[in-house]
Design a protein around this ligand. Structure first.
Ligand code: PMP
Length: 459
């Protein structure tokens, strides 16, 4: 039964007043728009009652599905207590409880929790803490940052500076500080089958940079195991451990950006835990509050916290804080989410889901004429498109990935493209039949759109 929403009014308001993030508005306004009004588990429902599997997990955040009764109850209970209290010089109950929960992610090795409200901010905090720490202990020359080719850590000036996503950041290059970039390893796997893997060159390049420059480097920042925004670019198991060992040897802080990989995305609570590595800073956001509310956290060591202690006149205070940092509603949902997620991980459900996703992708796309590559790790996957003749390519404005994602809606799927690739990032609690629907709907959209684009290919 269609829902009774005034779709034309809604569309008119959107067209007249909105400016959507990361969106070419000319393209948006020139195509059919989708107005979502309700969520149920892994599904989103539009203003006309059509159902779509959320293959983007609402920008990689959703853990237990939409409208989850337990998370809703936790949110409503907190709402009856207090909706917001600042953490600037004050405390509220659920922030303290959640900070204790998060300390358990590293068995207490990172016991200090600095709350913020989005992923970029969690990274900004880690960078600023690292910079200030080296100043406070008298090593002012340690100011530089190392990051990896393809890195994406957010959209603020600091996070753009340490990123390497030229498509997103190039326009702002004149305002960014320099970070030293080392090349990424090459690793491709799907359904547990490794197609190619080479990490030595990357590690050697990193070691060379550290040998020459570590005296002037504060920190190294890395998205462990999978660089999401680079197109689900993978690293081999063990790579993170080698990077961590180099950071330790050369006395450089390790900042792990688990904004995307945390909270079940790779089958465990963190990639840090999987790889048995303890960074100096662990940045969490997206899935932390299960895709319900904006919440982020930067975890760090007691020894780093201690360096910031002193009389006010010593100027050691950490001056960073956003209005909604550690909002109680977000913290309450995050606690309820963690409580459900731990047994889900223990049950083996996520391992099975990841394996099914990999097998379905492999089955549908391994010999597809317009699929030039594909990869999957945990509940992350990507497929890359190109004309059947691999020496040719499509003009950028043909927007192959975008056209496939628009067509996918007809088959009951919301999925985000990245240039000529499609990114698979479903809710963590997705069910087996929904995984099959996700991949089948993507396949139908690919088959509908891509053969028609062949004639446009350029040599
Ligand atoms: N780090 C990573 C690895 C991310 O994927 C993202 C967002 N996609 C961010 C940081 C930035 O998070 P936010 O959009 O919440 O600022």
């Amino acid at each position: 039964m269609p829902l009774a929403y005034p779709i034309t009014d809604l569309d008119a308001s959107d067209c007249k007043h909105a400016w959507h993030p990361f969106t070419q508005m000319k393209e948006y306004l020139g195509n059919p728009r989708l107005h979502l009004v309700k969520g149920e588990g892994s599904w989103l429902i539009d203003a006309e009652g059509n159902r779509y599997l959320d293959g983007n997990a609402s920008v990689w955040t959703n853990v237990h599905g939409h409208n989850d009764p337990d998370l809703n109850a936790a949110l409503k209970a907190q709402l009856d207590q207090v909706a917001h209290v600042t953490l600037l010089g004050l405390n509220h109950r659920v922030a303290a409880e959640l900070a204790e929960d998060l300390a358990s992610l590293t068995n207490g090795v990172l016991p200090r929790c600095f709350f913020t409200d989005n992923g970029s901010n969690a990274i900004e905090v880690a960078l600023k803490l690292s910079f200030q720490y080296w100043q406070l202990i008298g090593q002012k020359e340690k100011r530089g940052v190392i990051s990896m080719r393809g890195a994406y850590h957010g959209d603020t000036f600091g996070t753009m500076s340490v990123g390497d996503s030229s498509g997103f950041h190039q326009r702002f290059a004149p305002w960014l500080f320099n970070a030293k970039i080392f090349s990424a390893p090459v690793h491709v796997e799907c359904a547990g089958q490794v197609q190619t893997s080479e990490a030595q060159a990357s590690l050697q390049e990193l070691e060379k940079i550290l040998q020459n420059e570590s005296k002037h480097v504060a920190c190294l920042i890395l998205e462990p195991r999978v660089q999401g925004a680079a197109g689900m670019r993978q690293q081999p198991a063990g790579f993170l451990k080698s990077v961590a060992a180099l950071c330790q040897r050369y006395q450089v802080h390790l900042i792990l950006d688990e904004v995307f990989t945390g909270f079940g995305r790779l089958g465990s609570l963190t990639a840090t835990e999987q790889e048995e590595v303890v960074p100096d800073f662990l940045c969490l956001a997206k899935g932390l509050a299960a895709g319900y509310l904006p919440l982020a956290a930067t975890l760090t060591k007691e020894s780093i916290f201690e360096a910031f202690q002193g009389d006010f006149s010593e100027g050691k205070t950490f001056f960073h804080g956003h209005t909604f940092s550690g909002n109680p509603l977000g913290c309450a949902v995050a606690r309820a989410s963690l409580k459900k997620l731990r047994p889900m991980i223990r049950s083996g459900q996520l391992t099975e889901s990841a394996s099914l996703l990999g097998r379905e992708i492999d089955r549908n796309f391994s010999s597809h004429p317009q699929v030039s590559g594909y990869r999957q790790l945990g509940l992350t996957a990507a497929i890359d498109f190109s004309p059947a003749d691999r020496r040719r390519h499509w003009p950028v404005d043909l927007r192959a990935g975008y056209q496939v994602s628009l067509a996918a809606r007809k088959y009951g799927l919301i999925i985000r493209p990245l240039a000529d690739s499609l990114l698979f990032v479903p809710p963590i609690a997705i069910k087996p039949e929904e995984i099959r629907h996700l991949v089948q709907a993507a396949r139908s959209a690919v088959d509908e759109v891509l053969p028609k684009l062949e004639i446009h290919s350029l040599s």
